[in-house]
Write a protein of this length. Structure first.
Length: 596
């Protein structure tokens, strides 16, 4: 999979399954030094936001736009930030946009796209309250002489008529090379609308011929190729029944690509998604690396909390089938809002961030061997417990041009910027032992990474003091095969990870039952081939010399021909003596402990 955070929209292309590559993950809150907001445009504590990033002024860095829906809660205005060398300066009420950009519009989404194919990013804002005068609006990028100047509002002349919407996407649904707009109704008219772009930024409504009939209120819309046929499908989250709309399913659409309404009653391409529920958000990603698109569904689905819907392949009708996986406890216990997906730590696996009524849920992808799994990986210093960082959406992109993914949080109270920073790292020798040692204080601190080396016939042991009720997440990566255990103060295992195979990441996350001293034990199970280990027991010893003696003489290709000269003789014994001892495996242990 390939994930591009450049415009704040995940662009997905299928590739071969990714490799298991370790990557640490840590953030620092740099809001106070890098965000300059215009005071007075928000009603604190009541704003719902969507954050998108794009280089709309073409100066080489990513700027930010925020759609703000304040509902009946008072003053609100959409926001625009210019990136000035990594510092974000709000320019919402300046000559860059029409004055009072989005004031009194109940804005839910915004999209930076080049709608008129002039090489510059324009801006579409989707609103859901027609009573306040807020239809879909398009702002065209003005750049006289090849230099960005400002945006102008042109929605009515471009064919984007009034359509109240809570969920929307702007992608190329008909594969003609330009960006279209799909608008999910809320609160009405009670039918979703599809606007097709003619390539010049002018739109035509094709709802009656392209969109299935649906009178339910649409809460969220997401898009990806869910059944692998090369056409962009839609995920529709409603108040009641939720759907996948398949694009020209099995090439049966009368209108071709972009036709979601075809077959009996215009609903042959519509698939019910279960469980039924209200007000959830959806976001796709290939979470387990099998080349099939899964999706994350936030927790207002039924009464059971968030779900990861894992794609199991297509049925005979061309519809994707799904199995449910439960994400970490914090995500399921918090009231989840919008979802963001990106590879945060560069290990090739898409991670998930969910805005919640408390701190954001940062779900680090730990899937291996096609099995989907995540751990909650939100460092307490950057993301303290409570509602101070309450957010409906988090933008994931490189805010500082340093090559990694940062977080721009659209908070209910203010906006917040989190820079990805290095994880504190130690060597096991720093702990005073070659076999583990006592970890420094880790609870409610930044995550800690420890590099070590363990004998495949032995184990390393790390001591940690942990409070009861806290959550401990442990990740071990290395080139060998390991088993990782957590033992309590009487030496009884209370958590274990043994997912098998050389280089396979081991992981567990557990709620600590009682305050005390705990032991993290890393045991080597299997090793990569070792020179001199003739019998393959991960140790070079007298047993290997016996193998040499048993194969003595000219013997091309025999494992006992350690030095590869086609003869088994005393020279091979010398190699074995030089490599004497057990094989070892290098690893990195990562530990994150927090409460709340």
């Amino acid at each position: 999979m390939k994930y591009l955070a450049m415009t704040g929209v995940v662009v997905v292309t299928a590739t071969a399954a990714w490799a298991d590559v370790p990557g640490s993950l840590n953030f620092a809150n740099e809001t106070s030094t890098r965000i300059s907001s215009i005071a007075g445009w928000e009603n604190p504590g009541n704003n719902v936001k969507e954050v998108k990033a794009a280089d709309f002024d073409q100066d080489g860095d990513l700027d930010v736009g925020i759609a703000i829906a304040g509902g009946v809660f008072g003053l609100r205005q959409n926001k625009l930030y210019l990136n000035n060398g990594g510092a974000y300066d709000e320019v919402s009420n300046t000559s860059i946009l029409l004055p009072n950009f989005g004031v009194d519009d109940l804005s839910r989404h915004l999209f930076f796209r080049d709608y008129d194919a002039d090489g510059w990013l324009d801006l579409v804002v989707v609103n859901d309250d027609l009573a306040s005068g807020g239809p879909i609006k398009i702002y065209m990028n003005q750049h006289p002489g090849g230099v960005f100047s400002h945006f102008t509002e042109e929605h009515l002349s471009r064919g984007l008529n009034e359509q109240a919407s809570c969920g929307a996407i702007s992608e190329d649904v008909d594969n003609d090379g330009d960006y279209d707009v799909y608008s999910g109704n809320y609160p009405g008219p009670s039918q979703d609308t599809l606007f097709l772009n003619d390539g010049t930024g002018n739109f035509t409504i094709v709802t009656s011929t392209h969109v299935p009939p649906d009178g339910d209120y649409t809460i969220d819309v997401a898009s990806a190729d869910m059944n692998g046929d090369g056409k962009l499908d839609l995920l529709i989250s409603n108040h009641n029944t939720n759907y996948a709309y398949y694009n020209d399913l099995l090439d049966q659409g009368e209108q071709g690509v972009g036709d979601y309404r075809f077959g009996s009653g215009g609903v042959a391409g519509r698939q019910n998604l279960t469980p039924a529920g209200a007000d959830g958000a959806m976001e796709p990603g290939d979470f387990n690396g099998d080349g099939l698109m899964d999706f994350y569904w936030s927790n207002k689905v039924g009464s059971t909390g968030d779900r990861i819907m894992v794609n199991q392949g297509n049925d005979g009708s061309g519809n994707a089938t799904f199995a449910e996986v439960v994400p970490p406890a914090y995500a399921t216990s918090s009231s989840g809002n919008k979802i963001s997906v990106a590879d945060l730590n560069g290990d090739g696996r898409p991670d998930v961030v969910v805005g919640t009524t408390g701190r954001p849920a940062i779900l680090r992808n730990t899937s291996v061997n096609g099995v989907t799994s995540f751990v909650d990986w939100a460092p307490a210093p950057a993301f303290p417990s409570g509602s101070v960082l309450r957010a409906s959406h988090v933008g994931l992109f490189d805010s500082s041009n340093d090559g990694d993914v940062d977080m721009f949080l659209g908070g209910n109270t203010g906006d917040h910027l989190f820079e990805q920073v290095a994880t504190p790292q130690l060597d096991e020798a720093d702990l005073g032992s070659g076999g583990g040692g006592t970890l420094p204080a880790v609870h409610d601190q930044d995550p800690l990474a420890v590099t070590g080396q363990v004998s495949i016939v032995g184990e390393d042991q790390y001591v940690a003091n942990l409070p009861g009720g806290s959550t401990l997440s442990v990740i071990v990566n290395g080139d060998a095969d390991y088993r990782v255990d957590l033992l309590n103060f009487i030496g009884a295992p209370i958590a274990t990870s043994d997912r098998g195979g050389l280089g396979v990441e081991e992981v567990f996350s557990i709620t600590i039952p009682a305050t005390g001293v705990y032991l993290i034990r890393i045991a080597g199970i299997d090793c990569n081939p070792v020179v001199g280990d003739v019998n393959g027991d991960c140790s070079v010893s007298f047993a290997d010399i016996l193998e040499v003696i048993g194969a003595w003489g000219p013997n091309p290709g025999h494992p006992a021909d350690v030095n590869g000269d086609d003869a088994v003789n005393f020279a091979d014994i010398l190699v074995i003596i030089g490599a004497w001892g057990p094989a070892t495996g290098d690893y990195t242990l990562e530990v994150l402990s927090r409460t709340g």
